[in-house]
Design a protein around this ligand. Structure first.
Ligand code: SAM
Length: 254
């Protein structure tokens, strides 16, 4: 497919599912797969996207439900499930307020999806929904960025590289980002700039992410009857410390 002459501008990473998958596809993160298998299911994924985590869980025979607000991402997830003859329930909906007829032994929300909930009220109603849907001995796991002050202080005009990726449609391409942090709302306004050979900035995506600091997170969970049992520093299970890239949280009923 030829690259567009003028940049495509978008406000979400999730309309072009092909490009999204070239950035993130790599199978299910083992920390989530192991926890799901240990729980025995049923499993609920919040922000299941194109099924990177959910499909391998369904293939292992777990009863899996996924919720996502993007019709495009869910269409790709459904195709994937069909292509591997696995079954899972995937529903279009808002993870900030959900109910299901069944309760779950394991609920998870991977790779910063929670940061799409920008308002404190949305985060709280998400946690309240998790508490209602989680079995008494169930586990809720999620990972979000451990934002560093130096990163948030980057000037809005300053571009830095996110990564380089390979796509069948675009060839080798690079993503750079700019950031403007609003300390009053704790929202990081990002723009991703996609460039390929001969096509600088062929795609721009402007999107906001909520910044959630470690002590605030624990308090928000507690307000909704949840208890932070363990916080790890990344998805490989390193201990959490001030400079950790992530907050990988394991949460239970208070
Ligand atoms: C970072 S992606 C993660 C996708 C998938 N879990 C993965 O590991 O590749 C975040 C996903 O959350 C979804 N999302 C964002 N806000 C949401 C909301 N309020 N309710 C449900 N899904 C949401 C997006 O559509 C997107 O598919």
């Amino acid at each position: 497919m030829p690259l567009p002459a003028a940049p495509i501008e978008d406000t979400t990473l999730y309309t072009d599912t092909h490009l999204y998958d070239t950035m993130t596809w790599g199978g299910c993160e083992p920390i989530y797969l192991d926890a799901a298998l240990r729980s025995g299911g049923p499993v609920l994924e919040l922000g299941c996207g194109t099924g990177r985590m959910l499909v391998p869980m369904a293939q292992r025979g777990l009863s899996v439900t996924g919720i996502d607000q993007s019709a495009e991402m869910l269409a790709t997830a459904r195709q994937r499930l069909t292509s591997v003859a696995a079954s899972a329930t995937v529903v279009e909906g808002d993870m900030s307020r959900f109910t299901f007829p069944e309760s779950f032994a394991f609920i998870f929300c991977a790779i910063n999806s929670l940061l799409h909930l920008l308002e404190t009220d949305n985060l709280r109603s998400c946690f309240a929904s998790v508490r209602r849907a989680l079995r008494p001995d169930g586990q809720f796991m999620f990972d979000i960025v451990n934002f560093q002050p130096a990163y948030l202080a980057i000037g809005p005009g300053e571009r830095h590289t996110v990564g380089e990726y390979e796509s069948d449609l675009h060839g080798r391409y690079r993503i750079e980002e700019t950031l403007r942090y609003d300390a009053a709302t704790q929202i990081a306004h990002k723009t991703f700039f996609y460039s390929a050979a001969g096509a600088p900035d062929f795609r721009l995506v402007h999107f906001p992410l909520r910044v959630i600091f470690p002590q605030e997170l624990e308090a928000l969970l507690a307000l909704e009857g949840l208890r932070l049992e363990t916080r790890l520093g990344d998805r490989s299970g390193e201990p959490f410390h001030s400079g950790s890239p992530s907050q990988l949280c394991i949460v239970r009923h208070a």
